[in-house]
Ligand binder design. Structure first.
Ligand SMILES: Cc1cc2nc3c(=O)[nH]c(=O)nc-3n(C[C@H](O)[C@H](O)[C@H](O)COP(=O)(O)OP(=O)(O)OC[C@H]3O[C@@H](n4cnc5c(N)ncnc54)[C@H](O)[C@@H]3O)c2cc1C
Length: 365
């Protein structure tokens, strides 16, 4: 396994539980890159993605309650899953009308949601500005603590026998004309018959594989900050078109996130943090007195067509699990099952759906 973010760790855990002998290498800290930086929202219905992805997102959400319970049991670390719905807030009548339409479309797809007037919205989340027009609570969505999930997956992997190497970079895939032979790492050569590239935003940066096996993944920076508020002040992940607030059980409120093409630069900027605070306090002015306890940035693994790359490649033994962009935390359970099924040659309703796209890839050659 190359890369031990939540995607690499989850695939490693699944393969190990199915009997494989798995090693995972991370050039930094396992669970420490985008997987640490994310907000942890489990929100398949926030946007309207292509149909294939929409189905996969909903499928992964449906797996989450069992998955989180199993990872908790296997690791002793609770990822603090909360599936109490995500609240969209409308700041004016035009936005409210869009939320009503969205509710109707969701109902058509069998997803329950409740349209709330301004009073009911503020009753649900009292920190929200009472001058908003209303809200929409989409049932079944929610959030978890992705930093805890990363730690839990690592612990579960190690307990299941996966050898996780941190600060160990993979520098090259070794292959003959037909198949994978192993990996060059900063700690030496490791022979392997099956290799999974789960390098997140860095997935296209791996030497030694044929051009047509290189995914068109690129980094999109997201900056975030946290406020330290009293426990329980906010209970729902709360979302507007330009900012969101996501609670943690210890009282922290995460405010995010920017969407920037800044290469591999994962710094925060004055402008980024200023904008988040301004937009966050506009929707929830009651937060203005709390301490800013942390700010950070991470690199989302984006692709040209917005779909992840999960599956086999033309190089025998070389697989991809990357390009999860804004939904990598949500897609952990479904990705682990899908890729393990593909590697084992087992049927999976999504097999082939996210295989490497040559047209998209050729844009980056
Ligand atoms: C600000 C922000 C907010 C987000 N909010 C959400 C959200 O609310 N919900 C959601 O579902 N998703 C969210 N995401 C997206 C989600 O965090 C990512 O899609 C997901 O974490 C990707 O996981 P990953 O394991 O593929 O990548 P990463 O976590 O980035 O892991 C990749 C790993 O590969 C390692 N690596 C790189 N190169 C090498 C090498 N040569 N050798 C060995 N290891 C290497 C890195 O060190 C890293 O640990 C957010 C992301 C950001 C940045």
């Amino acid at each position: 396994m190359i890369g031990a973010g939540v995607i690499g760790l989850a695939v490693a855990l699944e393969l190990s539980m199915r009997g494989a002998n798995v090693r995972a290498f991370d050039s930094g800290n396992p669970g420490g890159a985008a997987s640490w930086a994310g907000a942890g929202m489990l929100a398949p219905y926030l946007e309207e993605p292509p149909e294939a992805l929409a189905g996969f997102l909903a499928h992964s959400l449906a797996m989450y309650a069992t998955y989180a319970r199993d990872v908790h049991a296997a690791s002793g670390i609770d990822p603090e899953l909360q599936l109490n719905g995500i609240l969209r807030v409308a700041r004016d009548e035009w936005e409210m009308e869009r939320l009503r339409e969205r509710s109707t479309r969701l109902a058509g797809a069998g997803v329950a949601s409740t349209v709330l007037d301004s009073r009911a919205t503020v009753e649900l989340e009292p920190a929200i500005d009472p001058h908003i027009s209303g809200g929409l609570l989409v049932h079944g969505e929610g959030y978890l603590d992705n930093r805890r999930l990363g730690r839990a997956l690592r612990r579960a992997c190690e307990r299941a026998g996966v050898r996780v190497a941190e600060q160990t970079a993979v520098t090259r895939v070794e292959a003959d004309e037909r198949r994978v032979l192993g990996l060059q790492t900063s700690a030496g050569f490791v022979a392997a018959t099956t290799v999974v590239n789960a390098m997140g935003a860095w997935a296209s940066q791996l030497p030694g594989v044929p051009d047509d096996c290189v995914p068109s993944v690129f980094p999109v920076r997201g900056q975030m900050l946290a406020l330290q508020a009293p426990k329980g002040l906010m209970r729902h992940a709360t979302y507007t078109d330009d900012v969101y607030v996501v609670p943690r059980r210890d009282g922290r409120l995460l405010i995010g996130a920017t969407t920037e093409r800044a290469g591999f630069d994962a710094r925060t900027t004055a402008e980024g943090i200023h904008g988040l605070l301004e937009r966050g306090l506009r929707v929830a002015p009651a937060l203005r007195g709390f301490t800013v306890s942390e700010s950070w940035a991470g690199l989302r693994p984006a692709t040209d067509d917005g779909l992840p790359a999960i599956g086999a490649t033309t190089l025998e033994g070389y697989f991809l699990a990357t390009g999860h962009y804004r939904n990598g935390i949500l897609l952990v359970p479904a990705t682990a099952r899908l890729l393990a099924d593909v590697i084992e040659g087992k049927p999976n309703a999504f097999a082939g759906t996210f295989a490497l796209r040559q047209e998209a890839n050729s844009l980056n050659v």
